[in-house]
Design a protein around this ligand. Structure first.
Ligand code: RIB
Length: 296
């Protein structure tokens, strides 16, 4: 089973000709409100891939519909609490090429407190996965709780700020990063040397590096290999990484090889980028299967 302690955001998406520059005012081509948040997106991807997942986190009373979105896809939401704060939100610009620029405000995601989940963690053990991103508070304690229960700790340090290097990253089993996050975490501009540094520092870690249209790469102390991205028409890249992570874990939990799990994840991410929005774009398993059969 997967326990995901993660964010839930209201995404306000503007379609723009280009990402707005300082001092500039531009005309958009439409605005939409979607469910999002890296945590919510990853839980949805897991559930739509067919994995049993419990989501824990905090929303404001304005965000009860976000919990419903998770529930409708089969995610366990008993531990999504309503706080007095406004829900987390994201302001997203999507340009003509489908590339995005995102500003996130934590809102109630910043009220997550690991101590309130102690009894929840008691239900999990060695066979289970703890999934974390960097959009909720108290990540360091959450990692410690996961490790105390013997869970496999999966961390996606996004968005990556300087605080991340103060977390007990040695407790992380799977680190899933993009190139920017790799540079920040390793404090090294050269990708290969950055990887080396992380492998030396985080003794048990397995690294999955997501590379957008260049696919993804797996690295541990013994091996390194890449899988390509699947070419598709790009409408909006939002939540592509989240979809990749959910489906990657799903594949691993099902007992696929890491390469097979990454190929499944790449296919799922390709479906996501062909659609607008975050939660709405994340495919169900049957849709990914159709893409892999050449039917989509
Ligand atoms: O990864 C995409 C997500 O990042 C969006 O849904 C937005 O809420 C931000 O958290």
């Amino acid at each position: 089973m997967v326990l995901n302690v993660g964010s839930l955001n209201v995404d306000i998406v503007f379609n723009v000709p280009h990402v707005v520059q300082p001092g500039e005012t531009i005309q958009g081509h439409g605005v939409h409100r979607f469910a999002g948040g890296k945590g919510l997106n990853q839980s949805l991807a897991l559930a739509r891939a067919g994995v049993e997942v419990v989501h824990a986190g905090c929303i404001g009373s304005d965000g009860v519909w976000l919990r419903k979105v998770l529930e409708e896809s089969g995610v366990g939401c008993e531990h999504v609490a309503v706080t007095g704060e406004v829900s987390g939100s994201a302001f997203i610009q999507v340009d003509k090429r489908g590339q995005n620029a995102i500003v996130v405000d934590a809102g109630s995601n910043g009220k997550v407190c690991a101590a309130s989940f102690t009894s929840l963690f008691a239900a999990y053990g060695r066979a289970d996965f703890l999934l974390l991103q960097n959009e909720v508070s108290d990540i360091a304690h959450l990692m410690e709780l996961g490790q105390q229960r013997g869970m496999t700790v999966v961390f996606n340090p996004a968005p990556c700020g300087p605080e991340v290097n103060g977390y007990p990253l040695g407790l992380v089993d799977w680190l899933i990063v993009n190139e920017t996050e790799l540079v920040q975490l390793s404090d090294c501009d050269d990708m290969e040397r950055g990887i080396e540094r992380l492998l030396q520092r985080l003794t048990k870690v397995r690294i999955v590096l997501t590379l957008g249209s260049d696919g993804a790469r797996y690295i541990d102390k013994e091996t390194s290999f890449s899988v390509p991205a699947i070419e598709t028409k790009v409408v909006d890249t939002t939540a592509a990484g989240d979809t990749f992570i959910g489906y990657l874990l799903a594949g691993i939990i099902e007992g696929k090889t890491i390469r097979e799990a990454m190929e499944l994840a790449a296919a799922a991410a390709a479906v996501t980028v062909s659609r607008l929005g975050a939660a709405t774009a994340i495919p169900w398993r049957r849709e990914v299967a159709r893409l892999l059969c050449g039917e989509l």
